[in-house]
Ligand binder design. Structure first.
Ligand SMILES: [Zn+2]
Length: 268
């Protein structure tokens, strides 16, 4: 259990005792309210590690080799994803697709095409629910565990990485991921390409501070359209891949760069 979550539980026990003292309950209530605000804030901060391990960079060995990970969320999309695959093949580079399992189930041939091209398919939940971060253990189990089964069924490979919808979560998520053997993966740089329609601005954001070990976030589903009416990543990928090559950086998949999460060790 992460130290922050353990400390929060300790605080609740202490507040329970303090509430029994004369005049103690307003202080106890205040402490608990403040602690819940802090826990919620940590869950709204996608790159935070306060609620459990959260991978924002590739391991040091991969970073030293100049490896980076391009991650592409919210697909597969029958119109956009095939063009993404063509661009990756043309310009050279492997990517990781955090797929919504319901969409993978609707487009199984396309999902298998991603894997056949040497890319990786990972878990971005079953339905990408907007209230994902409010779920409890059973809801997480349903959204994540079912997505594991669907993606394994479609591709023949069981994912070992999970990304939360919109990056939002709560303290009950990590025990579920641990049991399913899933790493929580966020990102180093994101392009905000679900909102930003200017491909140059998205590319500039991704390239700021880009280095070996960076994990980049783009979208083939829910993508904003450029002035030309195309999903923004279709205009970002060619110059981005060119930039990576110029910098001596190699786009690899999370399947290649991240070892599996161990599930058999007791949690500490
Ligand atoms: Zn998403």
């Amino acid at each position: 259990m992460p130290a922050f979550v353990r400390a929060s539980l300790g605080l609740h026990v202490a507040a329970g005792a303090a509430a029994l003292l004369p005049g103690g309950w307003p202080w106890a209530l205040g402490a608990v309210v403040a602690n819940h605000a802090a826990l919620s804030a940590a869950g709204l901060w996608p790159r935070s590690a306060l609620l459990g391990p959260n991978i924002r960079q590739l391991p040091a060995a991969a970073a030293a080799l100049g490896e980076v990970a391009i991650t592409i969320d919210d697909g597969p999309d029958p119109e956009v994803t095939p063009i993404v695959l063509d661009l990756l093949a043309e310009h050279g580079g492997q990517a990781t697709f955090f797929c919504i399992a319901d969409k993978a189930r609707q487009h199984p041939a396309l999902t298998r095409r991603i894997v056949a091209a040497g890319h990786s398919v990972q878990n971005h939940s079953l339905r990408h629910r907007h209230n994902f971060s409010l779920l409890g253990p059973r809801g997480f189990e349903r959204e994540i565990g079912t997505a594991q089964d669907v993606l394994a069924d479609v591709t023949g490979i069981r994912p070992h990485c999970f990304r939360a919808p919109a990056g939002l979560r709560n303290p009950l998520l990590d025990p579920v991921l641990h049991r399913l053997g899933l790493h929580l993966v966020s990102w180093s740089r994101r392009g905000y390409d679900t909102r930003q329609a200017d491909p140059a601005a998205v590319q500039a954001r991704l390239q700021q501070g880009l280095a070996g070990g960076s994990i980049l976030l783009l979208h083939d589903g829910h993508a904003q359209r450029s002035a030309a009416g195309r999903a923004v990543l279709l205009e970002v990928l060619p110059p981005l891949l060119h930039h990576l090559r110029q910098q001596g950086l190699q786009p690899v998949t999370l399947a290649d760069a991240l070892p599996p999460r161990r599930t058999s060790t007791p949690s500490s």
